[in-house]
Ligand binder design. Structure first.
Ligand code: ASP
Length: 332
């Protein structure tokens, strides 16, 4: 037994709207992050696996409308939702992922089932839904994923004719005079929702020194149908290996894919022999910015070290060691 057990989570990275830092919105994010950390911490304290802890954390983040995953996911250019998720077990290097699912309530649970019960690693679209259905997973009407805040973000993005990162969209919507005049204006969020990547993720080390990672997202606002980002790609948005680390990313997915960002952290540790901190910082602060990659990641190693670097102004994040109070943060 070790006391290195720890869970870390993120809820997206982006630009902080200094003018609109409303204390109650900030408090709400902290409270949600703390609640998720506490639940996952209990899984670890009870002797549960890192894999179970990250599944639990991401499932709760998917159910929370504040984050761009599951309920609260961003809209595609067609006004629909296409969800991506992935999970990896550092003990066995088993992995599971789904992309472009539209009716599975918790994409991370579908990814977990792919890991556990399929000889394959990833299912997409109709095939992913057929697999989830055969596994008896919970399905919802697509309207379940609708939230008014994301809908307004999407309308703004359409007006601007571009695809928007989730947390890049919310603030923009909140800031228009028309929106501010309305009662239903987006709450002023600490991180500019119009300049934020709202993907969620979790990494953990369990009491037995095994690591796991999970990532889930709605992608980016106004994305083209069928667009798949880094989140469901093992190696880009998610990676775990007991020998090195577990990583979950958030940011401009195309750049994280091109950098194979999550795996690069593990590879640098393995091949360059550097620490978790040095490897993660190199990817986020040096390598991604070379191709204009914006965002961050969370990572743990089997020794219980935790890093949460990001190259944006803020990232919703937190960690909780077993037996200690959860720590949450938004800004630098
Ligand atoms: N990385 C995600 C994607 O490109 C976006 C995010 O992090 O919010 O789909």
């Amino acid at each position: 037994m070790t006391s290195k057990a720890v869970i870390a989570i993120h809820g997206g990275a982006g630009t902080i709207v200094r003018a609109s830092m409303a204390p109650d919105a900030e408090a709400r994010y902290h409270a949600e992050l703390r609640a998720v950390l506490a639940a996952a911490q209990r899984v670890l304290a009870d002797g549960g696996s890192a894999l179970d802890a990250v599944t639990q954390a991401v499932r709760l983040l998917e159910d929370c409308p504040l984050f761009n995953a599951g309920h609260g996911a961003v809209f595609t250019s067609a006004g629909t939702h296409e969800l991506d998720a992935s999970i990896m077990d550092g003990r066995t290097l088993q992995a599971g992922a789904v992309s472009c699912v539209k009716r599975v309530r918790n994409p991370i649970v579908a990814a977990r089932h792919v890991l556990e019960y399929s000889e394959h690693v990833m299912f997409t679209a109709d095939g992913a839904e057929a697999f989830a259905q055969a596994q008896g997973l919970e399905f919802v009407d697509p309207s379940y994923f609708h939230t008014d805040a994301r809908y307004r973000q999407w309308q703004l993005a359409r007006e601007q004719q571009r695809a928007m990162l989730d947390h890049d969209g919310a603030t923009l919507a909140a800031q228009t005079p028309a929106a501010q005049a309305r009662d239903d204006a987006l709450p002023h969020e600490p991180i500019d929702p119009n300049r934020k990547f709202g993907t969620v993720g979790a990494v953990a080390v369990d009491l037995y020194g095994h690591v796991a990672a999970a990532t889930s997202t709605g992608g980016i606002t106004n994305k083209q149908l069928g667009r798949v980002g880094d989140a469901p790609l093992i190696g880009a948005g998610c990676y775990a290996d007991d020998a090195t680390c577990a990583v979950s990313t958030t940011g401009s997915g195309e750049m994280f894919m091109r950098m194979v960002a999550a795996y690069d952290v593990a590879a640098q540790m393995a091949y360059r022999g550097v620490s978790l901190e040095e490897a993660a910082n190199d990817v986020v602060m040096n390598r991604l910015p070379r191709i204009d990659g914006r965002g961050g990641l969370i990572a743990v190693d089997a020794q219980g070290n935790v890093v949460l670097p990001f190259n944006t102004e803020g990232m919703y994040r937190g960690y909780a060691r077993v037996g200690e109070a959860p720590v949450t943060a938004i800004y630098r």
